[in-house]
Design a protein around this ligand. Sequence first.
Ligand SMILES: CCCCCCC[C@H](O)CC(=O)SCCNC(=O)CCNC(=O)[C@H](O)C(C)(C)COP(=O)([O-])OP(=O)([O-])OC[C@H]1O[C@@H](n2cnc3c(N)ncnc32)[C@H](O)[C@@H]1OP(=O)([O-])[O-]
Ligand SMILES: NC(=O)c1ccc[n+]([C@@H]2O[C@H](COP(=O)([O-])OP(=O)(O)OC[C@H]3O[C@@H](n4cnc5c(N)ncnc54)[C@H](O)[C@@H]3O)[C@@H](O)[C@H]2O)c1
Length: 719
Amino acid sequence: MARYAQVQGSVALITLTNPPVNALSAAVRLGITEAVTRALRDPKVKSVVICGENGVFCGGADIREFAKPMTGPPLVPMISAIEEGDKPVVAAIEGVAFGGGLELALGCHYRIAHSKARVGLPEVTLGLLPAAGGTQRLPRLIGLAPALELITTGRHVTAQEALKLGIVDKVTDQSAQDLAIQFAQEVIGQPLLPRKLSTQLTPCPPDVDTILDEAMARVKQRARGAMAPVACVQAVRAAVNLPYQAGMQKEQELMAFLFRSSQARALQYCFFAQRAVGKWSLSSGAHSGNSKPRPVTKAAVIGLGTMGRGITVALVKAGLSVVAVETNKKQLEMGKQMVSAMLKHDAQKMNAVPRLDLLHYTTDLSELKNTDLIIEAVFEDMALKKEVFKKLSSVCKPDAVLCTNTSGLDVDELASVTKRPELVVGMHFFAPAHVMKLLEVVRGSRSSPEVMATAMHLGKRLGKVSVVVGNCSGFVGNRMLRPYLDQANFLLEEGATPELVDGALEEFGFPMGVFKVSDLSGLDVGWRIRKEAGLTGPNVDPKDPLRRRQGRRYSPLPDLVCEQGRLGQKSGRGWYLYDKPGGRVATPDPDIHKLLEDYRVRHGIRPRQIGSQEVLERCLFALINEGFRVLEDGMAMGPEGIDMIYVFGYGWPRHRGGPMFYAAMVGLPRVLERLEYYQQVHPDVPHLQPSSLLRRLVVNGSPPLDKWRDFLQRPHSQL
Ligand SMILES: CCCCCCC[C@H](O)CC(=O)SCCNC(=O)CCNC(=O)[C@H](O)C(C)(C)COP(=O)([O-])OP(=O)([O-])OC[C@H]1O[C@@H](n2cnc3c(N)ncnc32)[C@H](O)[C@@H]1OP(=O)([O-])[O-]
Ligand SMILES: NC(=O)c1ccc[n+]([C@@H]2O[C@H](COP(=O)([O-])OP(=O)(O)OC[C@H]3O[C@@H](n4cnc5c(N)ncnc54)[C@H](O)[C@@H]3O)[C@@H](O)[C@H]2O)c1
């Protein structure tokens, strides 16, 4: 797990060998410890180089080992032995030096990086802190403020920035290993003490307390209940206020606390779940390993509205040439301007040239003859979309992949109007499409494995977390959102206010509560959908009472709000009041409180005190319950997919792992018991009726989440 060689006569070369990222597993730590001891003891060795195999220095501690009892030599004494030795040790960083990997490099006396390498301390993203001396050595090396920023965000840093910050000593375009071997010979005999970071003081500006206090305020505001960023600041404070050994003690204490936390478990689960969803499989036996994506170099986007613009930007940024088609001349002009502005803005940030040359705009569908893949993003109207798909089917080359960005319409119905239903697939982006990382890849009943592979591969090229989902109304994310929204509205009827509901959800960790999000997206969007579904407007069955639709409880409150012209941020008024149309700062609105009071009087509802616990249980457990139904219906590959959809598309706090992980943490019996309770109180709300999968899991002793698949009656039935 660590290879030892003597090169150039006097240099010991220690190579970490644990593919794919040379994580510091027990065997690697043992290998390094033995190799370093040998090098330090051998009188013929005058200096040492540590590098990693296959162009990767080290991806840090082996995260898989965190769930098991600790074995092998610990990292801290291993790194101390390197630093304390009397021979210069040079780290040759290629690929990445992350987490424990960078901490190992910081224990070395010199660091040389390849120009394409990246370094960083991403432990905070796993609910931890750098606990192999990173919080104590990095501030001593680069100063308080930059160290705080890197450790609390976990940001990856390029070799060039690392050189500027002083994290590495040299950057090369050639082999970092070769340069490190040469360098290791040149520094033999030079004083080592100034290179031993543990012996140095953290350079402190006069306003050190202000910097630390501001950093703490920043992480608390940004982290919304996440513990690791707070602990990171506390550990770095120790690097300023305490001698090295005492600082290390503090680092260990904080790590011990975080290591056992449910937040760390949730974040580490997210790390693996994010990777697991990329490895899709279908019930036919096709999977990511045996299905080849088609080459896509030229793409097209139909409709340059909100979504089309973002999708176009995302495609161009990934280097694809794009034909953008829009029928409405005004929209085309506006789309053009906005796409160019977004590309220029992005390029400016990256110090690059915007690739406007990759774009071609047209109003004519016949210009799509040579495109490999087309993404339709016209209005959410089945008849219109069918017309577009029919045309695409005759205009495009026979093997072109046809994708729809519909939010929830039937992909099979669209496929049925084409001559190539096997080449039709849903690519459901989230707004703004060039920013949001989630992509639902919707499998129609006839979508071929090759087309699934193509959509998933394209998602990866666009930098998305792509999740395969089944073709049901609302797919997975929007389908689960419905019971959540319903519960929020029912809570208003029963006595809550928008700010009470949002407050509880924000306290839980959502960046915005449900009513603030609705104001942001525009209340008319849902209003239009409800009208089309016959839930409000002229198509309502006259026999339905006002608060009942299609046999179940219905809250007309959102419709009443829209009828008053309150459409959300865009009209300056929605569930909240804004300073102007388009304003972003929400303030509670007495008019909404009055509307709610009048409504309750009109319907004879006695308002009651509603607490945060009820808000969370009713909104979140209803959503989770639908998640179990999604699994049961075979619309998702597993709970990991659902969780990644919510973390990357709906603002679910990552440190709570996603709704299904959260249910497992709360305990399935508890979720079931509360759903049963609320269902008794609200028998007219079918969403609260516990799913049979949830019941089955509880009856079977609530197995861990990775075993839930064994309890599905029709695993992967729709995929
Ligand atoms: C009390 C205890 C005291 C401990 C002391 C603390 C020490 C330290 O402070 C803690 C840490 O270092 S925490 C660690 C801090 N480090 C980090 O947070 C870095 C985490 N890693 C990354 O950011 C990315 O993987 C890379 C950028 C390294 C590569 O990206 P890429 O090229 O797109 O590739 P990819 O698809 O991403 O990964 C390929 C495969 O490798 C797998 N794997 C990866 N890293 C792993 C790890 N550390 N481990 C295990 N496995 C790891 C990954 O799951 C995948 O497996 P699969 O079975 O094939 O699916
Ligand atoms: N807005 C969102 O948050 C969001 C999120 C995910 C998915 N979606 C889905 O994406 C699709 C587009 O939504 P949007 O919000 O961008 O709509 P939008 O109203 O902003 O834009 C639709 C555009 O399509 C154009 N168009 C209409 N018919 C056309 C045709 N035949 N050929 C070319 N262009 C045509 C319109 O002129 C308009 O510019 C819908 O299916 C919607 O459900 C929307």
